[in-house]
Ligand binder design. Sequence first.
Ligand code: PBG
Length: 324
Amino acid sequence: MDLPNRPRRNRKGPGVRALTRETLLSAGDFVLPLFLHDLAIDEAIESMPGCTRWSLDGLVKEAGEALALGIPAVVLFPAIDESLKTKKAEESHNSGGLVPRAIRALKEALPELVVMTDVALDPYNIDGHDGIVEDGEILNDETVEVLCMQAVCQANAGADIIAPSDMMDGRVAALREALDAAGHEQVSICCYTAKYASAYYGPFRGALGSAPKAGDKKTYQMDPANRREALRELILDENEGADIVMVKPAGAYLDIISDVRKHTTLPVAAYQVSGEYLMIKSASADGWLNEEAVMMESLIAIKRSGADIILTYFAKDAAKLLLS
Ligand code: PBG
């Protein structure tokens, strides 16, 4: 054949492929989500093989290992004792609570680690919703007030980035104002801009015992059928002062990551959630998929679609592979 263009020339060997590769992953892209509880033992999480509910000591050790692999940040998710859960989630802003204690322990042991915290009421709320529930309704403005107290409490303990995952309207502006008023101008907001009402969160809710007691999250999390609406949320969050915008889940929402990337100059994060992790883990457990290969492919796809930052339970495994 007389072909002037032979794309295969750029694939002819590992060296040429390295030179022409468009997307590179690095450990510096990752945020490792960590589960913790107020017990002295580290406990394997049944719904998420390979993940652990850490004691404070275990948490510090695990975060130290992540940092040593080049992972700059962790994000904390607490399993809160049922006895501390209330209608108004008061424990979410208890300065002696589990998360503030964990932040202090991490910052003391690992000052250069970026500590990111989840801002939402579901671990603390007797109803298992991200906001305050009254007569079956999730109250927006009342919830935002509590989220502000929660964020200031986390910032007081030393959080570097707060990450509101609640999807209440107007929370980014309110959080920025509350943080600034408390002297935390340097605390960043990485907000869940397009967080979908997704069935992929199932294993996570199992890990924390945080599933809604009644109803679903569809009045605040987005409809998986919607694409333009993500840009509407993006404009609001940008105007309200977000520093980083996030899309969640990641793998089934690459079109949304790509849209958000094209419409903002802010860094874009994507969260490869528990169900995405579990699908890869369980399909490889019996050898049907090659875990390492599919893990890396799933992460490169998320990065290629436009994410600068990836929250993933695979962070340590992927970082190890990238170093090897
Ligand atoms: C709740 C929260 C959820 C996740 C992170 N923060 C679950 C939910 O919205 O119900 C899910 C993470 C995962 O599935 O890995 N604020």
